[in-house]
Design a protein around this ligand. Sequence first.
Ligand SMILES: Cc1cc2nc3c(=O)[nH]c(=O)nc-3n(C[C@H](O)[C@H](O)[C@H](O)COP(=O)(O)OP(=O)(O)OC[C@H]3O[C@@H](n4cnc5c(N)ncnc54)[C@H](O)[C@@H]3O)c2cc1C
Length: 248
Amino acid sequence: MAFVQHPFRLTGKKSLTADVFELTFDSDSAPAPKPGQYILFHLPSGLKRAYSISYSSDIQFSEYGTMPDGSSYYDAQSVGNRFHFIIKRMPFEASGSAEICDSEIGAEILGMGPLGHFVLTEGDIPRLFVGTGTGFAPLYYQIRSLEDRKFSAKTEFAFGVRNVADLFYQEEFERLSASYPHFSFAQYLSQDSLEGTKTGYVTDCLTPEYVSQFREFYVCGSPVMVKSVRETLAKLGIEKECVKFEQY
Ligand SMILES: Cc1cc2nc3c(=O)[nH]c(=O)nc-3n(C[C@H](O)[C@H](O)[C@H](O)COP(=O)(O)OP(=O)(O)OC[C@H]3O[C@@H](n4cnc5c(N)ncnc54)[C@H](O)[C@@H]3O)c2cc1C
């Protein structure tokens, strides 16, 4: 089933920073994803690009038929899925990210999936999420699913970007910490400073005392950051089976 292509209709587009967009697609045939999975879009230009799902929910589609006189009538309702993505638009016209971010509302794009094995394990255990940039997307969905399932183990998110202008979802971070008592977060700015954030890299949090509080680690972002986190955790004696990662 996962290798079948499904039509995804663009139903929402919101700018989060100067070059990061939240896109919403509806599909009445793509299966519900597991938090952490992605869709492989087959763009009209022929490019194929993978984008992690940042949240998903089921939705009802209203279907209409047409009478012989041309008027519409309500026919039935079917259930489908709504998929959110957080995509950084590269500044080149020929790039896949520009193509998908510049698509018009209503555009239909084929996609395969949900795909991928970067998914949560089942247990209610302490987890640390470490991400940079749009690596936020699958981690956010995973954290939301822990909140939705009312998990009670410690859940922390170390998230990093370069500058203040690259921060997004600030209200959502606040909402999560207020409504999900087991969740806390720290934001890192590698080249900037702002009250309430830390100046430095997300890897700065990986001290032996801090790491020892968690049983599993979920890491997503640039290959350099992912490598650095994996190496540090390995040096601290964390088994590699406890470290799940996706890099792009
Ligand atoms: C499993 C998975 C999940 C992913 N999830 C996300 C996600 O949630 N959000 C997200 O934003 N991305 C995600 N990605 C990355 C995404 O798939 C694309 O790789 C990304 O959008 C870049 O593709 P592009 O076509 O825009 O850029 P490409 O055209 O592929 O360019 C890639 C790089 O090439 C260089 N380059 C290309 N053209 C030029 C030029 N004209 N001048 C100078 N340099 C150039 C740039 O350095 C650029 O970074 C994911 C990838 C994977 C594998």
